[in-house]
Ligand binder design. Structure first.
Ligand code: DUC
Ligand code: ZN
Ligand code: ZN
Length: 459
């Protein structure tokens, strides 16, 4: 089946050009100025519209176990929502149970995902115990197309410096990119102990106080220094603090191999949400920081310090968040965003805050390059026909009802975006049109990846 997208303006990270796109068998077959409509079974008129590569959300937690519950979106509802927000690839994180192999964890998650996913999906490995057996598995992971792994610096399953350093060394030798949740376990633990002992638990504000700016800054610096000492690149997930941004910016100017990701919730809100009556609904870790951090993150978006925007999509129902009303430590962590990321960043482009090319770079082409998705991230002949058709003139107000996730609230309720996707294609197949999901569970494919661009450059 051939589809022709006519008269649109194609946006890649490096240019915007007016051209037609011929899609054949799920791939982009031709891009040129005037392709004859006779060549296609279906013709889509994209006059006045932008044509973008599908978004790649490299940070989600679908159906993830959290204490006595699970994150509210499974692989089906989460990826359907992704498609409706122009995202055609999602990366999920596995967690490693002690004693279980890294690949076994990935294979188990794939069993849940394979008949449910509505867009393509990939897995980052997860590691909670560092020993020679686990480190040897990094080679197998790479061979099977899982070329990144996540380590936490806090939580019960977090790694200490010794383990993290050893992981960096082994991962660099195997050309696996380590992504790090950077919060200082020492600072967080001590603060929580003190707050609990003082009876200060009945407000989400105390959650923020337990994990303040310095808790993140200290861990950002330590993670980058440990990686540097090990000769490894590092990818900092969900950067949320100002000093961390400054430090990473400085490191990058000296050629240090560090990538930074932030999320829409850190760009949109500041810590005042935690003193609102419904503050518990914004509970996530790292918490949303002060206004200075929010503005600094936007600076990083504009200057290039921040490489990717992803969502950390890990929502809970409002009643589950309420478990933390009297004691913030009882609320499940995590926020929604899988359907909002690409429209949110493209809306910033409509408002002139960033260019459309930069929005595409942050949400599609950089994620593809950093995480080795060779068939994705650009509108280019030979790539997968993961395509979003976007109307700059459309105004869209986010409401719980207009979202496709399995969640009973959204932190973005009432937020109006400028511009909105009108169609999403996954490998040439329509999966979203004008507010409606059009895809099918099971049509998403597991993406096996090559190594990150940073290892290719240093070969
Ligand atoms: N923080 C995490 O570390 N993981 C999932 C969600 C969150 O807020
Ligand atoms: Zn995290
Ligand atoms: Zn996360």
């Amino acid at each position: 089946m051939k589809t022709l997208i006519k008269n649109g303006t194609i946006v890649n990270s490096d240019a915007m050009i007016k051209a037609d796109i011929l899609v054949n068998d799920g791939k982009i077959a031709e891009i040129s100025e005037n392709i004859d409509p006779i060549t296609a079974q279906e013709v889509i008129d994209a006059s006045e519209l932008l044509v973008l590569p599908g978004g790649i959300d490299v940070h989600t937690h679908l159906e993830m176990k959290m204490g006595n519950t699970y994150s509210a979106d499974g692989y089906e509802s989460g990826t359907a929502a992704a498609a409706c927000g122009g995202v055609t690839t999602v990366f999920d994180y596995t967690l490693q149970e002690h004693g279980k192999s890294l690949l076994e964890e990935i294979n188990d998650r794939n069993e849940l995902a394979k008949n449910a996913a509505c867009v393509d999906y990939a897995f980052h490995g997860g590691i909670s115990e560092v020993n020679s057996r686990r480190l040897d598995e990094l080679q197998d992971m790479k061979k099977q197309g899982f070329t990144s792994i996540k380590a936490y610096m806090t939580y019960d399953f977090g790694l200490d410096d010794y383990s993290l350093y050893k992981l960096f060394k082994a991962a660099a030798a195997s050309e696996v990119l380590v992504t790090v949740h950077a919060e200082s376990d020492g600072i967080v633990k001590a603060n929580r102990e003190e707050l609990i002992a003082g009876g200060k638990t009945d407000s989400a504000w105390y959650h923020y106080l337990s994990r303040p700016e310095a808790a993140e800054e200290e861990a950002d610096i330590r993670a980058v220094k440990l990686a540097g000492a090990a000769g490894a690149p590092v990818y900092i997930v969900h950067l949320a603090n100002s000093a961390g941004e400054s430090f990473i910016s400085e490191c990058k100017s000296h050629g240090v191999k560090v990538y930074a990701e932030t999320c829409p919730h850190y760009l949109e809100f500041n810590n005042s949400v935690y003193s609102q009556p419904d503050g518990i609904r914004y509970m996530c870790s790292p918490p949303i920081k002060g206004e200075e951090s929010r503005l600094k993150l936007w600076k990083g978006i504009c200057s290039g310090t921040i490489d990717t925007v992803a969502t950390d999509h890990c929502p809970s129902q409002s009643y589950e968040k309420e478990w933390g009303k009297e004691d913030f430590t009882k609320a499940p962590n995590g926020l929604m965003g899988i359907e909002n990321m690409y429209p949110y960043m493209l809306s910033a482009a409509c408002r002139g805050v960033i260019s459309f090319e930069r929005a595409v770079e942050l949400c599609s082409s950089n994620p593809a390059m950093i995480f080795g998705c060779d068939s994705k991230g650009r509108i280019e002949v030979g790539k997968d026909a993961d395509i979003v058709i976007y109307d700059r003139e459309k105004s869209f107000t986010i409401t719980k009802e207009s979202m496709h996730s399995n969640i009973d609230y959204t932190i973005y309720e009432g937020k109006t975006l400028r511009g909105y996707p009108v169609m999403t294609f996954l490998r040439g197949a329509l999966v979203y049109k004008d507010g409606e999901f059009k895809g099918r569970p099971g049509n998403g494919q597991l993406l096996r990846r090559s190594v990150s661009e940073c290892f290719r450059k240093s070969r």
